[in-house]
Ligand binder design. Structure first.
Ligand code: SF4
Ligand code: SF4
Length: 277
């Protein structure tokens, strides 16, 4: 696409925006793998529409609440990048484009408070207990809420750590509370193959929750914490880092981008990303 970016957009942000927007040929193949487009069938809820909205915002065209909401609907899953024939780095454009949109159409106070509350709750140990409470009360809830409460989990039994081959497990945040049986099932399967899953007590959320909710600084802090926590296990011979939630896995792969301006961590982030499964 042709771009008309203003001179006020400079440096790395300009390079990222220009590269992505020029590479996009607006073919729409990305819509085929975008879950939000598949669910809604709406152009503005797919990557091609969002790219167009970001282009408008970056070029100084009017931005509305609708623009912000269309970007808020993006899951950050990067499925669109897997089908793009032009190699558009949607996630890099999104970083720059969302910042431009939020500057032109700031989030209302209530929206900021909601996001802060979700960040705090998702990262809190209380989330697991509240998930259990929600499941217990599920039959009494109105149907709109009931559908959002995850069903009762399967067995959560984990085999002991007993094999020489080891893989570090991302404990995570929301999944541990809402669906702990995923990690337990992964541990049982890998145990059959002679691999034990190990965890670092200090590790936690991969950073995706704050990263997707307007708090990139907090995401960077969590990424550094995980890198520090996993380092001894990896030095001790653990072969990889496993995420059983696809969104978290994607975010771990993004650590080199997330920490690219941090000389103390960017090389470690690059090495870690190569080990993520
Ligand atoms: S598939 Fe790639 S080139 Fe085509 S519209 Fe989507 S981002 Fe643009
Ligand atoms: S990152 Fe995921 S949700 Fe967002 S536009 Fe791409 S495919 Fe759709």
């Amino acid at each position: 696409m042709r771009t008309r970016l203003p001179d006020t957009l400079a440096g790395e942000a300009r390079d990222v925006a220009e590269t992505a927007l020029r590479a996009c040929v607006h073919c729409g193949m990305c819509n085929a793998t975008c879950p939000t487009y598949q669910l809604t069938g709406e152009e503005l809820m797919g990557p091609r529409g969002r790219i167009y909205l970001m282009k408008q915002a970056l070029e100084g065209e009017p931005v509305t609440d609708l623009t912000r909401e269309a970007l808020d609907g993006c899951l950050g899953c990067r499925a669109c990048e897997t089908t793009c024939p032009s190699g558009v780095q949607y996630h890099r454009l999104f970083e720059v484009g969302q910042a431009a949109v939020l500057e032109a159409a700031p989030r209302p106070t209530i929206g900021r408070l909601q996001r802060a509350a979700i960040r705090a709750l998702a990262l809190s140990p209380a989330f697991g207990a509240l998930s259990g409470l929600g499941r217990a009360l599920r039959p009494l809830l109105p149907s709109a809420l009931r559908d959002k409460v995850p069903p009762a989990p399967g067995p959560a039994g984990r085999p002991p750590v007993r094999h020489a081959r080891r893989i570090v497990l991302l404990t995570g945040c929301v999944q541990s509370g809402a669906a702990a049986h995923f990690n337990a099932a992964a541990a049982r399967i890998l145990d059959r193959f002679g691999i034990s899953l190990v965890e670092a007590r200090q590790a936690g959320c991969c950073g995706a929750v704050p990263g997707h909710l307007d708090a990139r600084d907090a995401a960077q802090t969590l990424a550094r914490r995980n890198l520090d926590a996993w380092a001894p296990l990896l030095e001790d011979g653990a072969e990889a880092v496993l995420a059983t939630s696809s969104g978290c896995g994607t975010y771990l792969h993004d650590y080199p981008d997330l920490l690219r301006d941090d000389p103390a961590y960017r090389e470690r982030a690059r090495r870690l990303a190569a080990l993520v499964r």
